[in-house]
Design a binder for this molecule. Structure first.
Ligand code: NAD
Length: 298
């Protein structure tokens, strides 16, 4: 396959995503400032270059998987200036909807094409090539990127125009954060009232309170053996990442005049928990609610 792909940002997510593209036969020009990430990319079969611009100059598609919107917007001017006209920029980072729209505007103004394509599925999904991609941008650009996204993902959805991929991501994660807090409050209330975790699960998992946070990711050990609660809340999906995504959702609520009282409160609740337990899985919020309710761990 002759398509050259620049891949910038070879961290927990980008590293295995780039490796999957190499395995599928794409020629991957990779850049990350961290030597260990470069070394791993070399081992995975990518061609490591000295700068992001050097990668972008040679590629038909430029994929970025970077920590935040500031870093994406800081990196774009050099990349856009170096790239050949009409290069397709695909930003897979999770960033503000406003930053995603700005990045797309910059790319188009420089004569290029752009998609926002954030993911869910975590490091395990990145390694297995089973991520969900939520994509914003023009239909023909989506069609051009789709074969690559399908190498890295199990589900690829074109959500709408520029920024709407990020919108889908933060709407989903805002609901997840809210439901995990609500579920955890109900579990701690049940504990106080003498309701065992097993009976709670037995009833609620098939009643109107049923939700993914309970049935797939139960925040207390026992009912769902694969959930992080059974593994001392090792992530999974770290509290730091949930806090970041709820912060992005809170920005979007404010920027768009949405009266999202619970979404804003969820961002505050996780922000506080994140000060102490950033590395714990986000479902450990149940332990914080229990502690603040004056109960020892059960
Ligand atoms: P990470 O910190 O492990 O990786 C980011 C990488 O980007 C680092 O290796 C860093 O050195 C590199 N980098 C920074 N500036 C750069 C630049 N200018 N050019 C090239 N590389 C640069 O983060 P991650 O966990 O891989 O997450 C990446 C993005 O994916 C974030 O936006 C995150 O919110 C999102 N995300 C993460 C997960 C997850 O489970 N980790 C899940 C879904 C989405």
């Amino acid at each position: 396959m002759s398509i050259k792909v620049a891949f910038l940002g070879l961290g927990h997510m980008g590293g295995p995503m780039a490796a999957n593209l190499v395995r599928a036969g794409y020629e991957v020009l990779a850049f990350d400032p961290v030597p260990a990430a470069q070394e791993q990319a070399r081992t995975d079969g990518a061609t490591v270059v000295d700068t992001g611009a050097a990668a972008a100059a040679e590629a038909e598609i430029v994929i970025t998987m970077l920590p935040n919107g500031r870093i994406v917007l800081d990196a774009y001017p050099d990349l856009l200036a170096a790239a050949k006209p009409g290069t397709l920029f695909v930003d897979c980072s999770t960033i503000d909807v406003g930053d995603a729209k700005r990045a797309a505007e910059l790319a188009v103004a420089a004569g290029h094409r752009a998609l926002d394509a954030p993911v869910s599925g975590g490091v395990a999904g990145a390694a297995a090539g089973t991520l969900t991609f939520m994509v914003g941008g023009e239909a023909e650009d989506f069609a051009a990127a789709r074969p690559l996204l399908e190498v890295m993902g199990g589900k690829v959805v074109h959500c709408g125009g520029a920024g709407v991929g990020q919108a889908a991501k933060i709407c989903n994660n805002m609901m997840l954060g809210i439901s995990m807090i609500g579920l955890s409050e109900a579990i701690v209330l049940g504990e106080k009232l003498g309701l065992s975790h097993e009976k709670f699960f037995d009833v609620v998992s098939t009643a109107s309170g049923q939700c993914w946070a309970l049935t797939t990711y139960c925040p207390v050990p026992g009912p769902v053996p694969t959930s992080p609660a059974n593994n001392d809340y090792r992530p999974g999906f770290a509290t730091a990442l949930m806090t970041k995504d709820l912060g992005l959702a809170a920005n979007a609520l404010r920027d768009n005049g949405v009266d999202g009282q619970i979404g804003l409160l969820a961002a505050e609740v996780y922000n506080r928990f994140n000060q102490a337990e950033a590395d714990k899985d986000f479902s450990a919020i149940v332990t914080d609610i229990r502690t603040r309710s004056g109960e020892e761990h059960q």
